[in-house]
Write a protein that binds this ligand. Structure first.
Ligand code: LUZ
Ligand code: MOS
Length: 758
């Protein structure tokens, strides 16, 4: 089954927000945002901008009819700044004009008088000043304090990881227009149509039923549109309601980069204890999450950091504490992996540090501590269906780790200024929203009287191929040609109260709901078939395209069956509701069974570092991944490759730079480097682990969205391995991203290494 969007994408026919034909009278909105990170607004002068020809209105917090509040988890985020500025890029006003160009010209004429206040950009500084988003949380297993005594080795260190720009190709935006009776309809580039609907209702001060949100597809989300697509949808809805004309907002790239939050940067301190046999017996870690200026999804992201603090390893004594620190950066938000990668980076750093100190290879420690069935995660869930060892052993055997290592060593002994490095990267990722109530979905299925099928779910297509998977679920349940099934847009009037498309769970949750709806319809159709075939009832049947005849059939085509059911007045519409069974979590005890299942895998990464330039090329990434029984190998492979490269980008080249005043310096693609076709690994081999799949996964095909990003963690450690081959004096640091500048410093730190002639 090919991705149903391939042809449309290649031909440029797929509809994104910017492809929606404009209604007559459409106005354009542009955002006036804060020109500093922290301060008090003394006055804003809009007079010149308001008089600019073509400007229709400038909206501020004073024009909000309901609440000026868009915070999802906590109400701490105003839609428009009132008296205070909390981050550089915080929206202050919305300029509505006849054209986008005019709105942008007028923006330059707004004058503001601010009393600037000092900005905090570092999470540890925020913590020291008591600036937390909410109280810290601690996950505990065993007793670390008691365990240190018994450890043969104990090492301490710190590990920091940077943020990451989502860089969805389609920037944030929305298009809103009025229906009758003041009802508003919003086409939104959002992963969370219900979040937009709920927030529009709150800001306008109207019930949710007056707000309809419709999503055809997104040009990428990666978490950046789970919560942060909302503001623009709300602004468009507010303006269209105020002005009674359609209003479109589509952010320019640099505005998007400046105003929106990113992956959370983290700073962390760790302490790891091991025994002589390289078993990790104790691990203590403290995370300082840079939440930015408002909660957004930070509490949930922080929670997932704690869930994944020990990655694929069983450690009997663990204390993991996390602080969500309020700083003056734009509110950081969901990003593929959702805090998990940040937690796992510290674990891997601790292992790398211990390995270095003990003179062993990190993979010797990694391998001895992999999870097995019956082990306990620090959050109380007992490991079952563990594939940590099986993916590891498969990777070691299939890709011949020993000979890869040998090749790297041989290369290094024959090359002076090029050095190769190698790293193993196991991954274990929990599938389910960590917030248990969010694990539900619905689907609405119509079988039309001609046998064609229309499917609506809460799933948002953002390039991940979920619509194709939904179509497969319907077609396979009905045993019909996939061409008979159409996926409708994601719309809050057809499927309500949805969780965002996120947490790698979209296909599982919506697919299971769809399966339930299809199964109910199938049962009904079977009853009709039994009646017809037993000749209890005779119907006029549709045969051979449009020919009607009467008779006693001995077999029924799908179309005949549907027609017969229709004539027998059987309901051909059904709704399915799915809520993940089994899962639960007790936040008071920090124990439970939060995940439906885990996804596992192991990657081997090989890199070549140019020791004169500090640049690097990934020669190969070879991995064994636990797909379960993949329902669509093309789509799943695409997710693995994309996730891997995104993870490598985060670990190596994507370098978000803010100055001390909280201004984003890497604010365009000229200063913020993302992986391109030249920087993807030269060779990517993905082997599927052979398993029976998991019952909790849709068609036993495991979630595949986020887990592969974390293979990219190995990029950091492979580069470190190469640097060590060049510079034995290199002091290990854990400070991602490992940019070429940092690599160069690592290669030449310590004065006793001669710098090659330039
Ligand atoms: N979003 C969310 C997520 O709200 N809860 C989660 O647990 C999650 N996990 C991954 C990605 N997005
Ligand atoms: Mo996400 S980080 O699953 O929106």
């Amino acid at each position: 089954m090919k991705n149903i969007d391939s042809k449309g994408h290649v031909r440029g026919e797929s509809i994104y927000l910017d492809d929606i034909p404009m209604r007559v009278g459409t106005l354009y909105g542009d955002i006036y945002d804060a020109p500093c990170a922290h301060g008090k607004i003394k006055s804003v002068d809009y007079s010149e901008a308001e008089q600019f020809p073509g400007v229709v209105k400038i909206l501020t917090h004073q024009d909000v009819s309901g609440e000026n509040q868009i915070g999802g988890i906590f109400p701490d985020e105003p839609l428009f700044a009132e008296d205070e500025i909390h981050f550089w890029g915080m929206p202050i006003a919305l300029i509505i004009a006849e054209t986008e160009y005019i709105a942008r010209q007028a923006r330059k004429l707004i004058k503001i008088d601010i009393e600037k206040l000092p900005a905090i950009v570092d999470p540890k500084e925020a913590k020291a000043k008591g600036s937390l988003i909410f109280p810290p949380r601690t996950f505990k297993l065993g007793d670390v304090e008691a365990a240190w005594e018994g450890c043969d080795y104990v090492f301490e260190g710190s590990a920091d990881s940077g943020g990451q720009e989502h860089l969805y190709i389609e920037t944030q935006g929305a298009y809103a227009y009025l229906m009758e009776n003041g009802n508003v309809r919003i086409a939104s580039s959002t992963q969370g149509p219900t979040a937009v609907q709920r927030t529009v209702a709150k800001v306008l001060g109207v019930p949710m039923h007056k707000v309809e949100v419709d999503v055809t597809r997104l040009g990428g989300g990666f978490g950046g549109k789970e919560d942060q697509a909302t503001a623009w949808g709300v602004m468009a809805a507010l303006a269209t309601t105020a002005l009674k004309r359609p209003v479109k907002i589509a952010l320019h790239r640099m505005d998007d980069m400046r105003m929106t939050g990113k992956r959370h940067p983290y700073r962390s301190d760790f302490k790891i204890g091991l025994n002589k046999d390289l078993k990790i017996t104790a691990y203590e870690v403290t995370f300082y999450q840079n939440a930015g200026a408002a909660a957004d999804l930070s509490p949930a992201v922080m929670e997932r950091t704690l869930f994944h603090a020990t990655n694929s390893y069983y450690i009997p004594n663990v204390t993991a504490t996390a602080y969500s620190c309020r700083t003056h950066l734009p509110p950081n938000t969901a990003f593929r992996g959702f805090g998990g990668p940040q937690g796992m980076f510290v674990m891997e750093s601790a292992i790398a540090k211990a390995a270095r100190e003990l003179g062993v290879e990190p993979h010797e420690i990694q391998q001895r501590n992999l999870l097995k069935d019956g082990d306990e995660f620090p959050y109380g869930q007992i490991v079952d269906h563990a594939e940590a060892l099986s993916t590891w052993e498969n990777a070691v055997d299939k890709f011949k780790l020993q000979s890869l290592r040998q090749e790297v060593d041989d290369f290094n002994s024959h090359n002076k200024h090029l050095k190769k490095g190698i790293a193993m990267q196991p991954v274990c990722f929990g599938i389910s929203f960590t917030n248990t109530p969010m694990n539900n979905a619905r689907a609405l299925v119509h079988i039309y009287s001609d046998g064609s099928v229309g499917v609506s779910t809460g799933a948002v297509e953002m390039g991940q191929g979920v619509n194709t998977k939904m179509l497969q679920v319907a077609a396979s349940t009905f045993s019909i040609d996939p061409a008979k099934v159409k996926l409708e847009t994601t719309n809050t009037t057809r499927v309500a109260n949805t969780s965002p498309s996120a947490a790698s769970s979209t296909a599982d949750l919506n697919g299971k709901a769809l399966q339930i709806a299809c199964d109910k319809l199938l049962e009904r159709l079977k009853e009709t078939a039994a009646k017809v075939l037993k000749s209890e009832v005779t119907y006029i049947l549709l045969q051979d395209d449009q020919v009607y005849c009467e008779g006693k059939p001995t077999e029924l085509s799908w179309e005949q069956l549907v027609q017969a059911a229709f004539l027998d007045r059987v309901c051909l519409t059904e709704n399915g509701h799915y809520a993940t069974p089994v899962i639960h979590f007790d936040k008071a005890k920090e124990k439970g069974h939060p995940f439906a299942y885990h996804v596992y895998g192991t990657a081997i990464l090989v890199v070549t570092v140019d020791c004169i330039r500090g640049t690097y090329v990934f020669d190969a990434v070879k991995l064994v991944h636990d797909f379960g029984k993949s329902m669509n190998e093309h789509i799943d492979l695409g997710q693995i490759e994309g996730g891997l490269v995104q993870g490598i980008g985060w670990m190596t080249m994507e370098d978000l730079q803010y100055n001390d005043e909280g201004k984003l310096l890497s604010n365009a693609l000229s200063t913020y480097k993302v992986p391109d076709i030249y920087s993807v690994p030269k060779e990517i081999i993905v082997e599927a682990l052979e398993t029976e799949g998991h019952e909790m996964a849709i068609l036993k095909s495991k979630a595949v969205g986020e887990p592969p990003l974390m293979y990219g963690l190995g990029a950091y450690f492979a580069i470190q391995d190469a640097i060590r081959a060049y510079n034995p004096d290199y002091q290990m640091k854990f400070d991602a991203p490992f940019t070429p500048e940092k690599v160069l410093n690592g290669l030449y730190e310590k004065s006793n290494v001669s710098v090659p002639g330039v």
